[in-house]
Design a protein around this ligand. Structure first.
Ligand code: FES
Length: 165
């Protein structure tokens, strides 16, 4: 994304949802984490203008907020896809060909680990064991788990989600 495009995206952010979340916590101690979480839930990620708003309204330094955001992997500073595809790269999955599954997914979507397609439909994440080793290799799409993955199955799953809204 170019700087000009980033600027446009920023200007389009409606701060209404963020203000509502902050209103709920405004006089509470320890409000920062729940506010960050709920604002992220509302937007799907934490847009920069929201972070500035949180800093001003909760009276917390920006540097402190960014410290929290970079420490916890659960926070995202970039827009994410509607479908988060997690490819397990844990040992059991790796032994059973997770690498090939990950490569196939990258070829199909044109993106790699931690990237999002331009249409904001898919985000790909390579993750450690997701606790379903008996079904290795495993992927997840949002909350749905798919085991015994093959290249063929990966194709079908991507097609299925592409066809969905
Ligand atoms: S290693 Fe993939 S689910 Fe455990």
């Amino acid at each position: 994304m170019s700087n000009a495009e980033a600027q446009v995206v920023q200007e389009e952010i409606d701060l209404g949802m963020a203000n509502k979340v902050i209103d709920k916590y405004i006089n509470m101690k320890g409000a920062l984490m729940p506010v960050l979480q709920e604002v992220q839930d509302a937007y799907g990620y934490l847009p920069e203008p929201c972070i500035h708003l949180i800093s001003e309204r909760l009276n917390v330094y920006l540097s402190q907020i960014y410290g929290v955001l970079t420490f916890y992997a659960q926070f995202h500073l970039e827009p994410r896809g509607k479908y988060i595809v997690r490819v397990c790269m844990g040992t059991a999955c790796h032994v059973k060909g997770a690498g090939r599954i990950g490569d196939t997914l990258s070829e199909l979507l044109g993106i790699g680990h931690a990237e999002t397609t331009e249409d904001l439909k898919f985000t790909v994440e390579h993750v450690a064991c997701i606790g379903a080793c008996g079904m290795a290799p495993v992927i997840m799409v949002n909350e749905a788990t798919y085991g015994s993955m093959s290249v063929q199955k990966m194709n079908e799953i991507v097609e299925k989600y592409r066809a969905m809204d």
